[in-house]
Design a protein around this ligand. Structure first.
Ligand SMILES: *Cc1c(COP(=O)(O)O)cnc(C)c1O
Length: 223
């Protein structure tokens, strides 16, 4: 018999105990009943990759869930999420930051964001380079934003079993985090998150300093 959602969550929670990492349960494509099971097992951080899907599920679930968007966000979809999203993990432009700021202000909220970096070898995976991120952070326009707060970095590693390569990619992301922390966020304790690690590689990511692991199929089974 396959293990249940609750068993999987409890197993991963136990693995993360004593580490710096928290579990983001990736619920994309799964129906609300399965999200309720995850909630009942104690999960509170949920990750979705599509704005419409997240906006449809959110009102059907308890209000104390922290919703994390982990997929690409087009500026015209920000308004769907602005009333409730906790963290947009996939920030990849100043334009997107400005749009989030505008809609968050309209709801008198502050939305958190992670800068998504390109760390994988596959060039299909999106994300910023360090240079692009620094251009955003150094800009006057960024410093004027009051309703979006950057709290760290996010990356998706190459889909591979090569542990040495995965470690290198996680170390690269952690290096970016430390550089940005030192140069731009030294005075901001809130800039503290390194979102890395998925079902196949989260143990390695935690060993390399992940603070948020994004796990879907190891909890719900393969899609
Ligand atoms: C789907 C997804 C995950 C979770 O992937 P699993 O392999 O199912 O754990 C993590 N991060 C992102 C960005 C995703 O799109």
């Amino acid at each position: 018999m396959k293990s249940s959602i609750a068993e999987n969550i409890h197993r991963i929670d136990a693995e993360l105990t004593g580490t710096a990492a928290r579990l983001v349960v990736v619920t994309k494509t799964h129906p609300v009943e399965r999200l309720e099971e995850a909630y009942a097992a104690g999960a509170r951080l949920f990750g979705e990759n599509r704005p419409q899907e997240m906006a449809a599920k959110q009102p059907q679930l308890p209000a104390d869930i922290e919703w994390h968007l982990i997929g690409q966000l087009q500026t015209n979809k920000v308004k769907l999420l602005a009333p409730f999203v906790h963290t947009v993990q996939s920030i990849d432009s100043l334009k997107l930051l400005k749009e989030i700021d505008k809609h968050a202000a309209a709801h008198q909220r502050v939305i958190q964001g992670l800068l998504q970096f390109h760390i994988a070898q596959e060039d299909t995976k999106s994300g910023l380079s360090l240079l692009e991120a620094e251009e955003i952070l150094a800009s006057e326009a960024f410093r004027e934003l009051r309703h979006v707060r950057l709290t760290g970095v996010m990356g998706v590693a190459t889909f591979t079993n090569d542990e040495a390569q995965l470690r290198r990619e996680f170390q690269q992301l952690r290096g970016y985090f430390e550089h940005l922390k030192n140069v731009y966020f030294a005075a901001e304790a809130a800039f503290c998150e390194i979102s890395m690690g998925m079902s196949g590689d989260y143990q390695l990511a935690v060993a390399e300093g992940s603070t948020l692991v994004r796990v879907g199929s190891a909890i719900f089974g393969s899609r």
